[in-house]
Design a protein around this ligand. Structure first.
Ligand code: HEC
Ligand code: HEC
Length: 480
């Protein structure tokens, strides 16, 4: 039986368009884009603990055994049914507002409202209330801290010898910090944990990465750059500012990296790889070939690229209406899609100017004619490496950008403003907090987050220094 799990054909802002676009263009296939309830839920409620990392919630968030709904799912459906136009076909369009409407309810009546449970990672549909215990009665304990440091940052429990050593140490706290330093230098941290932390920012897609049937770019460069910037006491702002790439052997280079795979057209199509962008146009993670291919694709106004950066690096989800800084006279509808209609302008008076600065960077540059792909027109793909190149003539509005309501003349300026914003620091702390505690910081963590922010700015944005501060907290090392 073909179960139709929330198949929404009409979603304007759905993800994974790229895979199907590439499929249609190059393979003639019809890989249909089929967002489902779990994905739609995370678009609507990105702060939920279950939406962190590459995972999406499973059906049990809303169902006992699908299609049977649990208490939370039941409340969602009750709200959905109050929408006059609601049908199952546009479920995902309405899910966001329904989720918001029941944030303050306690669907499972376990004493915690739905929103708190989503943040904490407990189920709002099951009376399983496991909200974080209060830390007032706890004291920082070296044994507890060492165990946690080992598991979180080294990926394994401490050895018997390590625990023994702690018992006899004259300064146990210093020893725990020493252990953390070792872990932060381990390959577990550098090549596994940080890679998983990077996943949602990089957005790997097997179909089109260097190993895919269609190879458009190589995201190894992205993972290496992320891991490099986040370690070794480097300045984390380089995530948005680095003008270098990190080679496989760990050295850095500001050179242009030539194609690593030769042009290939046939069973396997290889068009990109390498890093074609010159150093003075680079903005770290957000101007790699992969990032521009993955997010800009064919768009003249790279709205996805801007929105994804805004969300992943500055913590604001524009599709939820977060981070609105409307610019007067915008959107001007530069690409003639009637985006200046009032319903669209709410968000796009912020988003379009935010995206202009990206518009002089190529996404996927493929010439097409009425027969499909125009091989002659794509001669540049054969000899050059155009995806992700700087291209001053690509649009006329590359100098008209804004971020946080502030005009910026080009993407480099955009990145300076972004990297030095409080939003960047908060998002970075939120990301690491989430990795360590498996939940978003909530209002109760306000003081700790403030301390971490202080630590970050007084240590030149060293993530390592910030993590050393984090493990000193009672939240991390507290024991009764
Ligand atoms: C965010 C909450 C949520 C999640 C997660 C979720 N569902 Fe649903 N699901 C609903 C709601 C609400 C309905 C009722 C919609 C309606 O009847 O209008 C529903 C209805 C259904 C139905 C019956 C309607 C149909 O589409 O045929 C099935 C089957 C179903 N879900 C399967 C699943 C499966 C399988 C998963 C996991 C992959 C899943 N759901 C995840 C909320 C969710
Ligand atoms: C709630 C805010 C919001 C509203 C309202 C909104 N958009 Fe968007 N739009 C976004 C965001 C955010 C993106 C970037 C993609 C994403 O994150 O979903 C986007 C992207 C787009 C894109 C680019 C999609 C792509 O794949 O390249 C188009 C086209 C678009 N919107 C058109 C519209 C139109 C037309 C309207 C009015 C009918 C509209 N939007 C209303 C927030 C909004």
């Amino acid at each position: 039986m073909n179960i139709h799990i929330h198949s929404f054909s009409n979603v304007p802002h759905s993800g994974f368009v790229l895979a199907s676009a590439a499929g249609m263009l190059f393979l003639g296939g019809t890989a249909e884009s089929r967002p489902n309830a779990p994905a739609a839920f995370c678009i609507a409620s990105p702060a939920a603990a279950i939406c962190q990392g590459a995972a999406t919630p499973d059906c049990s968030l809303c169902h006992t055994a699908a299609p049977q709904l649990n208490l939370y799912g039941g409340d969602l459906l009750a709200v959905l049914r109050t929408y006059p136009e609601y049908t199952l076909n546009d479920f995902s369009l309405h899910l966001g507002s329904a989720v918001n409407e029941i944030h303050d309810l306690d669907s499972d009546e376990d004493g915690s409202i739905n929103f708190d449970e989503l943040l904490a990672g407990t189920s709002p549909g099951l009376a399983d209330n496991l909200v974080p215990p209060p830390t007032e009665d706890l004291n920082w304990d070296p044994q507890t801290a060492l165990k946690r440091v080992s598991v979180v940052f080294c990926g394994q429990s401490p050895t018997y010898e390590e625990l023994q050593e702690l018992n006899t140490a004259s300064d146990p706290r210093a020893l725990v910090h020493q252990h953390l330093s070792q872990c932060l230098n381990s390959s577990f941290w550098k090549d596994e944990a940080l890679y998983r932390i990077a996943d949602p920012k990089i957005g790997p897609l097997e179909a089109i990465d260097k190993n895919g049937e269609v190879s458009l770019a190589n995201d190894d460069w992205d993972y290496r750059l992320f891991s490099y910037v986040m370690t070794g006491d480097r300045d984390a702002r380089e995530l948005l500012l680095a003008d270098y790439h990190v080679n496989q052997d760990g050295t850095t280079t500001t050179d242009i990296i030539p194609k690593e795979q030769r042009f290939e057209f046939g069973d396997r199509i290889s068009l990109g790889t390498g890093q074609p962008l010159q150093a003075d146009k680079r903005c770290g993670m957000i101007t790699t070939q992969w990032y521009l291919v993955r997010n800009t694709m064919f768009a003249l106004v790279p709205r996805n690229t801007a929105a994804h950066t805004y969300k992943e690096y500055l913590g604001m989800n524009l599709s939820l209406g977060e981070g609105l800084f409307p610019v007067g006279g915008e959107p001007r509808d530069v690409d003639n899609i009637d985006i200046d209609a009032p319903d669209c302008a709410v968000c796009h008076s912020t988003l379009d100017p935010l995206a202009y600065s990206f518009s002089t960077y190529n996404g996927i540059q493929v010439a097409t004619n009425e027969d499909g792909i125009d091989l002659l027109g794509n001669i540049g793909l054969l000899f050059g490496n155009p995806f992700g190149e700087f291209n001053a003539k690509r649009t006329n509005w590359g100098a008209d950008g804004y971020i946080f309501g502030q005009p910026v003349g080009d993407l480099s300026e955009w990145c300076q403003v972004a990297a030095n914003s409080p939003q960047f620091a908060e998002t970075l702390i939120g990301t690491m907090f989430n990795f360590v505690f498996s939940r978003e910081p909530t209002i109760t963590d306000k003081e700790m987050v403030g301390d971490l922010q202080q630590e970050l700015s007084s240590n030149n944005y060293s993530v390592n220094r910030m993590l050393h501060k984090m493990i000193d907290s009672t939240l991390f090392g507290g024991a009764p």
